[in-house]
Design a binder for this molecule. Structure first.
Ligand SMILES: Nc1ncnc2c1ncn2[C@@H]1O[C@H](COP(=O)(O)OP(=O)(O)OP(=O)(O)O)[C@@H](O)[C@H]1O
Length: 282
C-alpha cells in the first residue's frame, strides 16, 4: 500500500482495448499540445479540502487530498458511497470551489480565476463524459459534438466535427438525434464532444454506468486509445472494478482522503478486494 496521494507513477500496464475496436484519433494539435517529456503534469491537487455545513454539523467531503495527474495516464477514483469521489471530480474539474488547498489545471491555479475565467478554462481545457451522456436531445450527433465550439464562440474548422464522429466510429450517424442512437453510440458522441476543444484533461463520471458489457469495452477502449496514442489525461470516477482495471492507477478514497493507490498492473480482482475491505470498514 502506498501512502495517500504520494505516489503518482502511472505505470503502463492495462487491459487492451477491444480487438479491432474503433480507436479515436484526436484532431491534429490536440491533447495537451506540449512535448516536454514523459512526466508532464496536467492536473495537480494539493491538500484539497471541501467542507459542507449540514444540520448535523460540518461534513468533510474532502479532507486534504493531494495527487498529480500526468499526460498519457488514466486514473480511476474509487471508494465507498459518500467517500468523496464526486466532490473530488467536481473540485478537480473546476465545477466546484474547494474550501482550501490548491487545484491546478494545465498550469493555471483555479483559485486565481474569476467565475467567468473558470467557465472559460472549463470550456477550453476540460472535457467531460458523464454517465447519462448529457447530449442535447433536440440536436443531432453532429450538432452535439459541435456544441462546445459554439459555446466557446469558435468556428469549427471544415471537416473537424465529421472527423471527430468518424474517429468514434459514427461517421454515418452525424444527422441522427440521440434518441435514434444506442447507449454506447451516445457515449461515443459524448467522447467526440469532449475532445472537440482539444482539452488538457478529460473527466469521466461513471462513463460505463449505463452501458452493457460490450458497449462498455468499446467506450473504455476508446478512452484508453486517447491516453496511449495521444497522451490525453483521463480521470474517471467509477464503482466498477472492471472499468477501473483499464486505468494505469486507481486512487481509493475513504472519508474524504486518499487511503490507498494501486499502480502498474491493475486487475479487477485486486480492485474489488480493496473495495470490499474499504466498504467493510466504512
Ligand atoms: N451539497 C452537500 N451538502 C452537504 N453534504 C454534502 C453535499 N455534497 C456532498 N455531501 C457529503 O459529502 C460527502 C461526500 O459526498 P460525495 O458525493 O462526494 O461522495 P461519493 O463518494 O461520490 O458518493 P457516491 O458513491 O454515493 O456517489 C458525503 O458525506 C455527502 O453526504
Amino acid at each position: 500500500m502506498n501512502p495517500a496521494g504520494t505516489t503518482d507513477d502511472p505505470g503502463t500496464t492495462h487491459p487492451p482495448g477491444p480487438p479491432g475496436g474503433p480507436g479515436v484519433t484526436v484532431p491534429a494539435g490536440s491533447g495537451t499540445g506540449r512535448t516536454n517529456g514523459e512526466r508532464e503534469e496536467t492536473v495537480r491537487l494539493r491538500e484539497v479540502r471541501r467542507l459542507y455545513d449540514a444540520a448535523a454539523g460540518t461534513v468533510r467531503a474532502l479532507d486534504g487530498v493531494s495527487a498529480s495527474f500526468h499526460a498519457g495516464t488514466m486514473t480511476a477514483i474509487m471508494g465507498p458511497s459518500g467517500s468523496g469521489k464526486s466532490t473530488l471530480l467536481h473540485c478537480a474539474a473546476g465545477l466546484d470551489r474547494p474550501t482550501g488547498g490548491q487545484v491546478v489545471i494545465d498550469g493555471v491555479d483555479l483559485a486565481s480565476l474569476s467565475e467567468h475565467g473558470l467557465t472559460l478554462l472549463r470550456r477550453r481545457r476540460v472535457g467531460f463524459v458523464f454517465q447519462a451522456f448529457n447530449l442535447v436531445s433536440a440536436l443531432t450527433a453532429e450538432q452535439n459534438v459541435a456544441l462546445p465550439l459554439r459555446l466557446a464562440r469558435r468556428a469549427a474548422p471544415p471537416g473537424l466535427v465529421e472527423a471527430a464522429l468518424a474517429q468514434v466510429g459514427l461517421a454515418g450517424r452525424a444527422a441522427h438525434r440521440p434518441s435514434r442512437l444506442s447507449g454506447g453510440e451516445q457515449q461515443r458522441v459524448a467522447i467526440a464532444r469532449a475532445l472537440i476543444t482539444e482539452p488538457a484533461v478529460v473527466f469521466a463520471d461513471e462513463p460505463t454506468g449505463q452501458l452493457d458489457t460490450s458497449a462498455s469495452r468499446q467506450v473504455l477502449g476508446m478512452l484508453r486509445g486517447l491516453v496511449d496514442d495521444h497522451r490525453q489525461t483521463v480521470i474517471m470516477v467509477t464503482h466498477d472494478p472492471v472499468t477501473a482495471s483499464y486505468a494505469d492507477r486507481v486512487l481509493f478514497l475513504a472519508d474524504g482522503r486518499v487511503v490507498d493507490e494501486h499502480t502498474g498492473t491493475v486487475t479487477a480482482g485486486d480492485v474489488a478486494a480493496r473495495m470490499a475491505a474499504l466498504e467493510a470498514a466504512s
